[in-house]
Design a protein around this ligand. Structure first.
Ligand code: ARG
Length: 261
């Protein structure tokens, strides 16, 4: 995670960003601390990446890379405003001593890649359509040696996979079908008949932008209806308030790059 000390909305690269909306950076940091404390309380170890001046979106740490089994597939950001973030993440993994594959193809890390360790022995789900190029999916498969299932996003409000689909445990997902193309919806129905289905309201409340440990699901406070769905599916919703970071087009999951050693 990387604290939003320099967070502002001074450019707009997704439909949520409005450069005329004032951002309370201090409140953003406070809310981010709340998320970090929640994750720590749930037993997670949180590493902190030093935020850099001039990189206001660095708080969305999920976009910096994607790792599986201690191997890192690096990010290559779509927009010039965020490009320099990748190097900071690369340095972080170098310090951990993890193998790092430098990408040629445009991809935004865990924003568009997620992993289900117990599904068919471990599969990657990958989004494309707005940020990550489909070509990055095969590049990731070669880098990581895991099958990658390619999913096409079609609604610009849900421009990253992690705002449209989320792993709830090692083999179960939740998703908002309308964020995906007709054919991708058929693929998801075939592969995940038992998925928790989110509706538009759930997705707009950033309910799917969650972090789950398989039982506790940390998600945006505004996603109350989705939290109720999760509870009836047997999970324990843990709401966290992140109103300021929503102004940049992100919530819980965007702030967290999961390390898979
Ligand atoms: N403002 C950032 C962007 O548009 C938000 C990124 C959100 N991150 C995420 N993993 N969905 O790039």
């Amino acid at each position: 995670m990387s604290p939003p000390e320099h967070f502002v909305v001074e450019y707009a690269i997704n439909p949520w960003m409005d450069t005329t909306t004032p951002v309370d950076t201090e409140l953003a940091v406070k809310q981010w601390e709340g998320l970090r404390e929640t994750l720590t309380r749930l037993g997670h170890t949180v590493h902190v990446l030093t935020p850099e001046i001039g990189l206001p979106d660095m708080v969305y740490a999920a976009n910096g890379a994607f790792s599986v089994d201690g191997v890192v597939y690096g990010a290559r950001f779509r927009y010039p405003q965020r490009m320099a973030e990748a190097a900071a993440h690369k340095r972080f993994y170098a310090e951990l001593g993890w193998k790092y594959a430098t990408p040629v193809e445009t991809n935004e890390g865990e924003g568009d890649f997620t992993y289900l360790p117990s599904y068919l022995g471990g599969v990657v789900l990958a989004g494309h359509g707005f940020r990550t190029e489909a070509a990055a999916h095969s590049e990731a498969q070669e880098a990581l040696g895991r099958p990658v299932i390619s999913l096409r996003l079609v609604d610009p409000r849900f421009y990253h996979l992690d705002v449209a689909l989320a792993p709830l445990d090692d083999s179960t997902i939740a998703y908002y079908p309308e964020a995906f193309s007709e054919s991708t919806r058929a693929v998801l129905r075939q592969l995940f008949p038992d998925a928790v289905i989110a509706d538009e309201e759930d997705a707009l409340a950033f309910g799917l932008n969650l972090v789950s440990d398989g039982r506790n699901v940390v998600l945006n406070t505004e996603a109350t209806a989705f939290a109720a769905k999760l509870r009836s599916a047997g999970y324990v919703p843990v709401p966290v308030e992140l109103t300021e970071l929503k102004k940049g087009g992100g919530s819980v999951k965007c702030c967290v790059a999961e390390l898979r050693p």
